[in-house]
Write a protein that binds this ligand. Sequence first.
Ligand SMILES: [Zn+2]
Length: 95
Amino acid sequence: MGALKSCGSLAAYGRHLKAGEEPCGLCVAAREASKTRSQARVTERRQVRGSAAWMYSRVQRRAKTRAVTWIRTEHPDVWKAFWEQAKQEMKEGGS
Ligand SMILES: [Zn+2]
């Protein structure tokens, strides 16, 4: 068996439970911290995903991609002008 992790981690919390012990304060704190973190992440994702603003930005992003593809294939000269401008901006930004 490998070395046991010291208290204050999720693994140690599980070890307390497995051994039929009451988890110590350090381990309870570690578990609470990880629970809060993952819950916050899920809530955040749920709020953003599916909301009107989320849909709007998704559709807008798709339209932009389509517009760029269309310009590149149908109007390569226009695309080239944009590209040259972008390269110029890059040069200026890098100075
Ligand atoms: Zn512990």
